[in-house]
Design a protein around this ligand. Structure first.
Ligand code: FAD
Length: 391
């Protein structure tokens, strides 16, 4: 008997083969979010992965549900990324939202009738959220009035609600941060012009402006004091989701290279008969297997004390491996690797994008570095040889 996750993964695979792969170039040419496609994904259960069935979700664990992005990533990493962000917001709502907001929004989000996204970054604060300028004023009647500007908001003007991280005072640090959901039609919320993003033009991205936007306290997802910590937890899930999508991307690049090299005649045989080519693609295959093991271990660690570190390992390793894999596979195609129909350029740009979003590779190294410092502090110091400047 197949399990629920097997059915969901099979549905994601079919969605990828029948909807994403045949249409992604047309979506990019149209430069419009393919809402009909995300509606189809929603009908398959892919927009409420981690929420309980009583709220319309699939009730999957993070460890299982995150594997969906590997399937979607075989078609397109940006599409997989956008759905992963929607699922993370929906998870945050189902797990931490107020009863009132859940009653109003949970079923619309789990069913995909409405889409959600996350707004943390600002023009002056990407890697360093403590430089955030968006402020929420808590009014006497409990409502919150928010002003500021967010940057890099994916699904800009397309999502129906934005899970927005704000500061509630001017004090430095993150103790006053909170996350509050702001529906798109709230007066005072607007978007700047869409960013010009080659290779994933269908994913609308823009700055989001908040001009004295007032929302009910029911919209609070993470109360004051838990905004950064909760957002970092969401980002851990996002980092592992990206690593999952990257595995799909690597598989797509590898399959393109294999299908081409096995058919390209040279030296009395095929390109794939050359040892050198087999070794190049063999390395890609090994890194794909390693990446898969790593992101799945990280997905299972989410929510445990090792979750953040494992997410950082996955986000540090897998997108780099994906970019390297796409470059190798492009090289295997020779000049054809640079022709648009083979799609390698798109995969390469997507891999680079996935190295940046939701915490860059360097920020993952910072997280890993801090963990190594902690580990070092627990070790018996080794003596430094005499004359090496020990004080
Ligand atoms: C396609 C895409 C979609 C996105 N979608 C969203 C979204 O929906 N919502 C949202 O809130 N954000 C979103 N982002 C923003 C994304 O999370 C940020 O771009 C990312 O966090 C990096 O911030 P930055 O671009 O400001 O780079 P910066 O923070 O300016 O970093 C510049 C460089 O400095 C490096 N660096 C920074 N700190 C250190 C350090 N301590 N040590 C070494 N190097 C360091 C970085 O790695 C990078 O190479 C999106 C970004 C992209 C590209």
């Amino acid at each position: 008997m197949t399990s629920h996750i097997d059915n969901i993964l099979a549905a994601a695979r079919i969605h990828c083969d029948t909807v994403i792969k045949p249409q992604v170039n047309a979506w990019n040419a149209a430069a419009v979010w393919p809402r009909a496609a995300s509606d189809q994904a929603a009908a398959l259960g892919l927009t409420g992965l981690y929420c309980p069935p009583e709220l319309g979700g699939q009730g999957l664990s993070l460890g299982d549900g995150i594997r969906v992005y590997e399937e979607l990533g075989k078609g397109d990493g940006a599409y997989a990324f956008a759905l992963s962000m929607h699922n993370i917001c929906t998870y945050a709502l189902c797990g931490f939202g107020t009863e009132g907001f859940k009653a109003a929004w949970a079923r619309d989000l789990t069913s995909g009738r409405k889409l959600a996204n996350f707004a943390l970054s600002e023009p002056q604060s990407g890697s360093d959220p403590s430089r955030m300028l968006t402020r929420a004023r808590i009014n006497g009647d409990g409502t919150w009035t928010i002003s500021g500007a967010k940057a890099w908001v994916s699904l800009a003007d397309e999502a129906d609600v934005y899970f927005t991280v704000v500061k509630t005072t001017d004090a430095p640090g993150h103790k006053d941060m909170a996350m509050i959901a702001i529906p798109k039609d709230t007066p005072g919320l607007s978007f700047g012009p869409l960013y010009d993003t080659p290779s994933y033009q269908f994913l609308p991205m823009a700055e989001m402006y908040l001009n004295e936007v007032t929302v009910s306290e029911e919209n609070i997802i993470l109360p004051v004091g838990q905004g950064l910590q909760g957002s970092l937890m969401a980002i851990d899930i996002a980092r592992v989701s990206i690593a999952s999508g990257c595995c799909g991307l690597m598989e797509a690049a590898l399959d393109t290279a294999l299908a081409y090299a096995n058919n390209r005649k040279m030296f009395g045989a095929t390109n794939l008969d050359l040892d050198g080519i087999q070794w190049m693609l063999g390395e890609v295959a090994t890194e794909l297997e390693a990446s898969r093991l790593l992101y799945r271990a990280a997905a299972n660690a989410l929510g445990t004390p090792d979750g953040s570190l494992m997410a950082a390992h996955a986000k540090r390793f897998v997108p780099d491996a994906a970019l390297k894999a796409v470059n190798t596979c492009t090289q295997v195609l020779g000049g054809s690797g640079l022709l648009a129909p083979y799609g390698m350029d798109r995969l390469s740009r997507l891999a680079q994008m996935l190295r940046i979003v939701d915490g860059t590779t360097e920020i993952s190294r910072v997280v890993i570095g801090r963990a190594l410092k902690k580990r070092a502090a627990g070790l018996t110091p080794l003596p430094v040889p005499k004359g090496f400047g020990e004080e």
